[in-house]
Design a protein around this ligand. Structure first.
Ligand SMILES: Nc1nc2c(c(=O)[nH]1)N[C@H]1C(S)=C(S)[C@@H](COP(=O)(O)O)O[C@H]1N2
Ligand SMILES: [Mo]
Length: 337
């Protein structure tokens, strides 16, 4: 028997609700301008719930990463998002379709021991233990804007290494045209990968891809940390992609496999709803999502509405990869801010 249920990819109500309503409900609006964990009591102005305390304790327990901040990547037009806010407003569909309970649903998820298998069209394929990989790679901190396709944004300090540093090690061949990445598969822990119709009919495991030029771009990073410590589960522990000129869903979490391939790989969202989520998905104020405009975005958690920047403000670093498209745009838009 077929049971009619809402399509899993339809955004939950809050994704298109002004952010102020979301945060007001939790009375975290008082968080603005306060320090992170020390001010937790004030942050959740209604008083801490057991749930909040668990999350804050979890954040405080994470191993520190002492990485040098790379000052070339700073954000000057808006302020850093509060850590406890970013850690409570996530997208990680393996665990939940809501944003504020991802960390809870992921509590049983173990991100160590962990290996990342790198292979496909490259001269030196290799499987890395995550901690060995962190030791081998040039780790640094970068502050980036982060823009979800749902039209909200944050500013986040990532710790990680340029994708280019990994390419240098494994030596992709010239026949490799794309880098495909895959998230772990474990329906016992990530409940939405199992259940109805074997994971709600969604194409698990989550996959994503970049062209080789995009992978090698100076901005492309594999993050292993955030806010100075290793990634908490809800942000995609122990390793996730960060490509700040593209919409959030390209930033695949908890990666177990990296492959160099000849053909454009199938990706999770593009497979599920090709009409809404393209393979390229560069942030672009002039290309609306079929169901909403991308001209403006809401800054988390205030909900302040600001114009979307072409390539999320990273045109200087990435526009040369898209010259044919850029020629069609008026110069002012193309240059971003
Ligand atoms: N494996 C996996 N990666 C994922 C997602 C997901 O559901 N599963 N969601 C994506 C989306 S839509 C966004 S906006 C970002 C959110 O990252 P954050 O929770 O660390 O802010 O992760 C991306 N990476
Ligand atoms: Mo997203």
């Amino acid at each position: 028997m077929l049971i009619r249920s809402p399509k899993s990819w339809e955004l939950p109500e809050r994704a298109v609700t002004p952010e102020a309503a979301f945060w007001n409900r939790r009375a975290v609006i008082k968080a603005l301008g306060l320090g992170a964990i020390g001010s937790a009591g004030l942050l959740y102005g209604r008083g801490l719930l057991a749930q909040d305390e668990r999350m804050l304790k979890d954040l405080a327990s994470l191993d520190k990463l002492n990485a040098r901040r790379n000052e070339a990547y700073r954000v000057t037009d808006r302020s850093l998002t509060e850590e406890a806010v970013a850690a409570r407003y996530n997208n990680f569909y393996e665990f939940s379709r809501d944003k504020d309970d991802i960390f809870e649903h992921a509590l049983e998820f173990k991100s160590r021991p962990w290996t990342v298998e790198v292979g496909g069209l490259c001269d030196k394929p290799r499987t890395y233990d995550i901690d060995e990989l962190i030791k081998r790679m040039p780790i640094e901190e970068r502050i980036y804007r982060f823009r979800c396709v749902e039209a909200w944004s944050m500013v986040v300090p990532w710790t990680g290494f340029p994708v280019k540093a990994l390419l240098h090690e494994v030596q992709p061949r010239s026949s490799a045209k794309f880098m495909k990445m895959t998230t772990f598969m474990n329906p016992q822990v990530a409940r939405r990968q199992g259940g109805t119709a074997g994971g709600y009919g969604e194409p698990w495991p989550y996959t994503e891809g970049l062209t080789m030029a995009e992978a090698a771009n100076e901005l492309s990073m594999f993050a292993v940390g955030i806010y100075g410590h290793v990634l908490p589960r809800q942000h995609g522990a122990p390793i996730r992609l960060v490509v700040p000129w593209k919409y959030g869903f390209k930033n695949i979490k908890s990666v177990v496999k990296i492959e160099f391939v000849e053909k454009q790989p199938a990706t999770f969202w593009n497979t599920l709803v090709p009409s809404e989520y393209g393979f390229e998905s560069n942030v672009n104020p002039r290309v609306p999502h079929p169901r909403w405009s991308q001209a403006f975005e809401r800054i988390i958690p205030s909900g302040k509405r600001v114009p979307t920047l072409m390539y999320n403000g990273y045109g200087e670093q990435v526009s040369q990869m898209y010259l044919a498209q850029a020629e069609k745009l008026p110069a002012a838009v193309y240059r971003g801010s």
